[in-house]
Design a protein around this ligand. Structure first.
Ligand SMILES: Nc1ncnc2c1ncn2[C@@H]1O[C@H](COP(=O)(O)OP(=O)(O)OP(=O)(O)O)[C@@H](O)[C@H]1O
Ligand SMILES: [Mg+2]
Length: 294
């Protein structure tokens, strides 16, 4: 099982590139795709899911170009697009039966699978209510269920946790860890903590280009010794925000505890802190932004 992205670019309009010379090779595992708004995550995922074609370069699934031969990939694909839409008059069961039929699953097998998936995304109680009356987070869970219908070998989920409450986010993380096994899973998110525990690989992307592709442990090692904590009075927070790359702030009785990512200690009082993936993400994105600006 191999998915290869070879110097893929996507041009939307004259001078508007969604992706530029993007190269990445993937085997079984969970890849977390992280990057700022407009980085090109959805552009890449749409092409991987064969709903869009590269302008340049090629994507191959087990050696075959998916733009020329999409069927082998489509047969094993589960896909949740970022702008997932539902038919408001259908119930979750009807909607999933419809998608199952499109994927060639029918009868008893479909019914059992749908029951199990509704349980998995915690929608059993509302399975007979029209989707039109569902909240954003509930619809998103229907989207997750439909992506899993055919027990896909390649699962592509674009911001799967968008709109989910904390409890449902945890449920999704568990689902993902149990599901992965011998498959390729690609998910994009802005919530770094969503991928922290489950991903085997992280790809950081910015302005259509791959910044880095590595295991989370390696990203963490890369910023060891670059994360600091300082306590500043509330009034000094705005100036600190201008001068430093801040990954979080917590208000306490003695002032604001500010977490700063920096090669050098941000001040004589700064204490070293244990790096997390959010720090690593910010560091790479900010470093690249500076490099581009220079
Ligand atoms: N259909 C489209 N037509 C024109 N430009 C597009 C289209 N889709 C994306 N773009 C542009 O391509 C670039 C990448 O967008 P994309 O949606 O892939 O980013 P993203 O990383 O998914 O962002 P987000 O985190 O906001 O979902 C952006 O500059 C965007 O404006
Ligand atoms: Mg997107």
């Amino acid at each position: 099982m191999e998915l290869s992205i070879d110097r893929v670019s996507k041009r939307y309009a004259k001078g508007v590139w969604g992706l530029k010379e993007f190269t990445l090779s993937l085997g079984p595992g969970i890849l977390g795709l992280l990057g700022p708004n407009g980085a090109g995550k959805s552009t890449l995922m749409r092409m991987l899911a064969t709903s869009n074609k590269p302008t340049q370069g090629a994507i191959t699934w087990n050696g075959a170009d998916i733009a020329k031969r999409p069927d082998p990939l489509r047969a094993v694909l589960g896909y949740l697009p970022q702008d997932f839409g539902v038919y408001p008059h259908l119930t979750p069961v009807e909607f999933l039966e419809y998608i199952a039929a499109l994927k060639g699953i029918s009868g008893r097998a479909a019914k059992q699978r749908i029951d199990a998936l509704l349980q998995l995304v915690n929608l059993t109680d509302v399975r007979k209510r029209p989707l039109g009356g569902f909240s954003g987070g509930m619809r998103q869970r229907v989207g997750i269920a439909q992506a899993l219908l055919n027990d896909p070998q390649l699962l592509i989920v674009d911001e799967p946790t968008a709109g989910l409450d904390p409890e449902e986010r945890v449920r999704f993380r568990h689902l993902l860890s149990e599901f992965s096994g011998d498959r390729i899973v690609i998910l994009s998110t802005h919530i770094v903590s969503d991928v922290e525990a489950s991903v085997t690989d992280i790809a950081l992307i910015r302005e259509g280009q791959l910044l880095t592709h590595a295991a989370p442990e390696k990203l963490l090692r890369g910023i060891e010794g670059k994360v600091w904590e300082v306590v500043v009075p509330s009034a000094e927070l705005p100036s600190a925000k201008e001068r430093f790359l801040i990954s979080s702030t917590i208000r306490r009785s003695d002032g604001v505890h500010v977490r700063i990512v920096s090669d050098e200690p941000p001040g004589p009082e700064a204490q070293q802190a244990i790096a997390n993936l959010e720090d690593a993400y910010l560091y790479h994105v900010a470093t690249d932004r500076l490099a581009q600006a220079a």
